[in-house]
Design a protein around this ligand. Structure first.
Ligand SMILES: [Zn+2]
Length: 415
């Protein structure tokens, strides 16, 4: 074993724990080097072999052998960089974006969102299906039909559909089985196995809030090691990344923050307690109150946006209360985690002018500290985008992923 490989082995032993590998396992070292090289090619977009050697600390021969294998596998491509100076144009390596495709699914309360992305994490299209019934077997059938459709659609590329990740709005065990989905009343379901059997595609199951935080990390805040992502839709979920690791708890249930009690003896919650945060600061709680006031069955984002534009006093007052209750919970989680970045994922807050300033005005504790507070640019697509990215990470077997794609930052009002 040369010194360079020894250093890498030492490094990974320290982060993985000494029981994970046998000293001198050459194939393991090769796998680690491959993972590092792919990560750096993706991070830089285009990079020469010489620069890869500099950045990774690997020797040129190792880079050369690994690059040749990745080229043969059609996972990367070579291009000649254009430059104005005379002389040889360096040959650059980049990811073969069309080598395969990833499907991210957000299985929400009443809609399922499907996003297909290429290997660079760029979404190609998104489509939404409304669901009326939550029977588990019917859902397996519907999802299997859709996955099979995407599988056929991607079949011309070298790797086809490389994997599917499904975001569950409920509690997911560490072994990817579903423990409980309250709104669908599903208990102990193995959706992963059921869909893999039906489709022959690798399927991964993850909690939706974890996927939202993964999207923030991969697409927006790659450099951050301590990031929290709060999603405020039908309930409130928290994705927690501490010291670059997703914190999932003993069984995988960490982050059920919507059931933190913020009002003693407050509104009843489906969890059996009273006064839970999501009864006051989830989008569905806001919409429920607003539709009651306006005496209509439900309100749309379009209507709410219009009321904000007109500065409708009832809607504005309700929004101020919503932000006050939201801030109570944010204050608590800031005190718990001291995050570098706290991202709030909410379509409602994207529509409301000065949302961020109003929230910050409530966070005045001298003890609770954070560096950055942001409203997510992803809106409702965060979960399915995070799901696409996770499927790509699993397929490429990389430890880190950093995508730099252009997003439309313009606000759009969802239907
Ligand atoms: Zn609750």
């Amino acid at each position: 074993m040369n010194m360079q490989n020894y250093i890498y082995l030492f490094f990974f032993r320290n982060i993985k724990g000494s029981d994970d590998l046998v000293t001198g396992d050459a194939s393991y070292i090769k796998m680690i080097n491959r993972s590092l090289i792919i990560s750096k090619i993706i991070e830089h977009g285009m990079i020469s072999r010489a620069d890869l050697a500099k950045i990774t600390g690997l020797n040129k021969a190792t880079i050369s052998v690994q690059a040749a294998e990745l080229l043969a596998e059609e996972l990367i491509i070579e291009t000649k960089q254009e430059h104005k100076n005379l002389g040889r144009r360096p040959i650059m390596l980049s990811l073969n974006h069309q080598a395969g495709y990833s499907l991210g699914i957000d299985l929400d309360k009443s809609v399922i969102t499907f996003t297909l992305s290429d290997l660079s994490g760029s979404p190609l299209d998104t489509h939404i299906i409304e669901i009326k019934a939550f029977d588990y077997n019917l859902m397996v059938k519907l999802l299997a039909e859709q996955i099979t459709h995407y599988k056929q659609r991607c079949s011309q590329s070298p790797y086809g559909l490389i994997g599917v990740v499904i975001g569950i709005h409920g509690i997911v065990n560490n072994d990817e089985t579903i423990y409980f989905v309250p709104r669908h009343q599903w208990h102990n379901k193995n959706l992963k196995a059921d869909l893999q059997n039906e489709t022959g595609i690798n399927v991964y199951i993850e909690n939706n809030a974890n996927l939202c935080s993964f999207a923030e990390i991969v697409y927006k805040h790659y450099q951050s090691e301590n990031l929290l992502s709060v999603s405020l839709y039908s309930g409130i979920g928290l994705g927690i990344m501490v010291n670059s690791k997703l914190l999932k708890g003993c069984d995988g249930y960490a982050g059920e923050i919507g059931h933190m009690i913020i009002v003693p003896d407050g509104l009843p919650c489906r969890c059996g307690n009273h006064g839970c945060w999501e009864q006051y600061a989830s989008e569905s709680s806001f919409m429920k109150q607003l539709s009651k006031i306006h005496n209509i069955e439900y309100v749309t984002y379009n209507e709410i946006n219009q009321w904000f534009v007109e500065q409708d006093p009832v809607t504005c007052k309700l929004m101020k209360d919503f932000i006050k209750f939201l801030s109570y919970g944010l204050n608590n989680i800031i005190n718990l985690y001291n995050p570098e970045i706290l991202v709030i994922n909410s379509e409602l807050l994207r529509l409301y002018p000065n949302a961020l300033e109003e929230i910050k005005a409530h966070l005045t504790s001298t003890v609770g500290q954070y560096h950055k507070l942001q409203i997510s640019e992803f809106g409702k697509n965060a979960c399915s985008m995070g799901a696409c990215a996770l499927a790509i990470k699993n397929f490429l077997e990389v430890k880190e992923l950093c995508f730099s794609i252009e997003f439309k930052t313009k606000k759009s009002v969802p239907q």
